[in-house]
Design a protein around this ligand. Structure first.
Ligand SMILES: Nc1ncnc2c1ncn2[C@@H]1O[C@H](COP(=O)(O)OP(=O)(O)OP(=O)(O)O)[C@@H](O)[C@H]1O
Length: 472
């Protein structure tokens, strides 16, 4: 073995032969200068790219020769790209890009090698990559669908003066950019209207993100809204996550039951609305957000302000455009239309012909006070349709389901023996009575029942699951 006499010479030869070796082994090579202009391209590469001759490429900027080239990036950053898949028309090439530096370490250009002109050599890697790309595209599609609204103004049924006035105000709100505050009892259609406003606004192409403040434990609200930086949390949040504000960027954020927000989060929300930027939990970096907020409440926020449970500055900020949604009992003229519409919906979902109501059934429904409003109406219609085979639903069938009109049990009736049924019945009755006493205000109903709001929400969805009602 000979000794190294002239290390510089060996380095020069190694450099030269390495380049030539690589060029020989590869399917093609290209060299560009600091301005990303081609200074040399191998015959094979020129032929593979369909160029008339290698010389025709020299002096051109690299993107004119290879449209998707990232060689300029290598010259700019000085960072090599050791393995990349590049698309050239219908073909995929596996490429490597390295910077070229002079003796003083200054970047003077870059060399690119087409390692394979077909992906078959990288089959395991590429098929995994393609599978992941397909999965990602599917997930993005599902997410985009979820963020698209389901309701427009035509879904907000009603031609009573009260319903028409609400719709008129909401249509005007759709054109404005300001925050909207929807006020109305539970089940009056606040979410339907929020989606309709979004769909008719210039942000319709952006996402619609809904969040039910009352259904989320106080401790999680902040990260749910503003996100969490990596490592601020353990477990599922270890990698950090985007908050709803970031997810709603360019679109609309719907804050349902905004009155249930703890004071600390209220202060942060106010700051985000004023500054239009969010700071994820555990991070010291802020991100600009362009979000329109539509807030909703079934409790009287002004009363909460006077009780010191809601910040007055936030209230004023949110209530720039307040819209009242009438309770169903105040627009009972819409009942028939709503029933027809809901019965058609039920028939579509079940594949059975739509049912009708007898005039006495309609009278019974009109006499009821509907503390749960249209959501309760839908639940009652679903329950009765499920229990009945009649084409026309009768008043008797409804009186079995409606709480106030339930017949008292007669002596001789078979008692309900299953304890679970008895308990569930009692619970259902207590919740309905509390909601009625609290005029549909869940926060008050929960207080009356001596349970938390979150428990009330759980019980409501367990007792009367209303398909597709809650999308949060
Ligand atoms: N005007 C309407 N026309 C037709 N359906 C409606 C209308 N308003 C509400 N609904 C239906 O009633 C149900 C409850 O509506 P929504 O969730 O919008 O009420 P909400 O006021 O947001 O309730 P909560 O305060 O409990 O969140 C949904 O099934 C919705 O489709």
């Amino acid at each position: 073995m000979g000794r190294l006499k002239d290390p510089d010479a060996i380095r020069r030869i190694a450099k030269k032969s390495l380049f030539e070796g690589l060029d020989g082994m590869c399917e093609g090579a290209i060299i560009i200068d600091r301005d990303a202009k081609v200074v040399w391209i191998s015959d094979k590469y020129a032929a593979r790219l369909g160029l008339a001759s290698p010389a025709s490429a020299v002096g051109k900027v690299v993107e004119d020769v290879i449209p998707n080239s990232l060689m300029r990036e290598v010259v700019r950053t000085g960072e090599p790209m050791m393995l990349d898949i590049m698309q050239f028309g219908p073909d995929s090439f596996v490429v490597m890009r390295v910077p070229i530096k002079d003796e003083r370490g200054r970047i003077i250009g870059a060399a690119g090698f087409m390692i394979f002109d077909s992906l078959k050599h990288l089959h395991p890697l590429v098929s995994k990559f393609q599978r992941l790309e397909t999965q990602l595209a599917d997930t993005q599609k599902t997410l985009a669908e979820e963020r698209r609204v389901k309701y427009t103004f035509t879904n907000f049924m009603g031609s009573s003066p009260a319903a028409m006035e609400t719709k008129r105000q909401a249509r005007r709100a759709a054109q404005a950019e300001t925050t909207v505050l929807l006020l109305g009892e539970t089940g009056t259609g606040k979410e339907v209207l929020a989606q309709a406003i979004h769909a008719a606004s210039p942000r319709a192409h952006g996402p619609f993100i809904g969040i039910n403040v009352a259904a989320i434990p106080d401790t999680l609200l902040e990260s749910e809204f503003f996100g969490a930086a990596a490592s601020a949390y353990t477990g599922a949040d270890k990698r950090g996550r985007d908050g709803k504000f970031v997810l709603a960027n360019g679109g609309t954020l719907f804050l349902d039951e905004v009155g249930d927000m703890p004071m600390g989060v209220q202060a942060k929300l106010l700051r985000v609305l004023q500054e239009k930027e969010v700071e994820p939990l555990g991070s010291n970096r802020v991100a600009k957000v362009d979000v329109r907020v539509i807030a909703a409440s079934s409790v009287d926020l002004r009363q909460m302000v006077s009780m010191g449970r809601f910040r007055s500055d936030l209230y004023y900020r949110l209530s720039v455009l307040p819209i009242e949604l009438p309770p169903l009992r105040d627009r009972i003229g819409d009942l028939e239309l709503l029933c027809d519409h809901i019965l058609e919906d039920i028939s579509r979902a079940s594949g059975r012909p739509p049912r009708e109501l007898t005039p006495t059934a309609l009278a019974v429904l009109s006499a009821y006070s509907w503390p749960g409003n249209i959501r309760e109406l839908r639940n009652v219609l679903e329950q009765v349709t499920m229990n009945s085979d009649n084409a026309r639903l009768s008043a008797e069938e409804f009186s079995l389901v409606l709480p106030r009109l339930a017949p008292a049990s007669r002596p001789g009736d078979r008692p309900t023996l299953r304890l679970a049924d008895v308990v569930a019945d009692a619970e259902r009755h207590a919740i309905k009575s509390a909601l009625a006493a609290a005029e549909g205000k869940k926060i008050l109903a929960a207080e009356l029942l001596g349970i938390s709001r979150a428990t009330l929400y759980q019980k409501l969805s367990a007792l009367a699951p209303a398909r597709g009602d809650r999308r949060h």
